[in-house]
Design a binder for this molecule. Sequence first.
Ligand code: GH3
Ligand code: MG
Ligand code: MG
Ligand code: MG
Length: 337
Amino acid sequence: TLSGSTDAVNGAVPPTDRRTEAIDTIKILIADDDPLTLFILRRLLEQSGKTILTAEHGEQALALTLQHQPQMVITDWRMPELSGIELCKILRDTDSTRHIYIIMLTGRESEEELLEAFAAGADDYIVKPFKPKVLHARIRGGERLIRSHQTIIADRETIRSYVDRLAAANHTLQDLAMTDVLTGLPNRRSALSRLKEVVAEARRHHSPLSCIMLDIDHFKKINDRWGHDIGDRVLKQIADVLSSSARGYDLVSRIGGEEFLVICAHSNLDESRQLAERLRQAAANTVISHNEETIAITISCGVATWDETMVDGEDMTTAADQALYQAKRRGRNRVAV
Ligand code: GH3
Ligand code: MG
Ligand code: MG
Ligand code: MG
């Protein structure tokens, strides 16, 4: 329903909790071929609540990073298999790891080496031996960046889910705008838009096209005698009879109070006149009972077909309207062409 859809839109809450949770459990991979450095770093960082992964060479670091997606990598420069510099370059070149915060932790301290590390994609550079306070401070700096990255990702997800929900709500609104509430049939707006399409198609392919204008006879008397609610029930029931008696490619629509339009694509005048006759009989045979009494219903139909001298679909429905008028004039419960 409409209210359900708008509730769904209001129900999209920014996932604040997810952001803090992600940052509380920050995962750091440390890569160093020196076991003592690994040991010290692990202890230091675990004390401050980080989840730590360790790798003893570059290739292991790469494999673990791809597998566990840490938010931060602290890597030595010189390592067997794959150097820290090569590791940096690969992580920056890979979609799933290019956002990882990388700190190069190395004994190399020349300006050229620092520049080389940044050029390879490092975010920060710490020279060994390091002071724990300095390391913590720089990790906090990295965490600020990670947090803003996660916020952007979360906001993007929120926006995407808003857009999805809005699109769904919009869809529902469009359906509502095209549907007659009482009978569930396509409404006038929908019928006119379909008419445009089938007229264009008939023009393009010189294919036959017809329509039936259909009106319940003396419907006012039904309302007067049985009341408006029963009148509504009759309308619904006739709508059901019409749509179940029509063929799959006919569009049965309610275009007015007790007026219906059937668009018969690919049907010539004779075929649609036969259909109109079927609909008329189906309506006349419909038994609508109320309080042990039977309400008799008849309909009148006017049929018209598209011809190439017509300007638009309205010319055809006007012709069908005129035929309907003739059917009424000749006594109702009949089909006129
Ligand atoms: P005719 O055979 O000439 O068509 O006679 P009629 O009484 O059917 O025609 P008229 O156009 O004079 O009256 C149509 C009536 O349909 C008038 C209106 O009260 C009733 N009506 C229109 N829409 C609705 C509706 O949604 N529900 C109900 N119950 N009645 C409706
Ligand atoms: Mg009327
Ligand atoms: Mg009528
Ligand atoms: Mg009418």
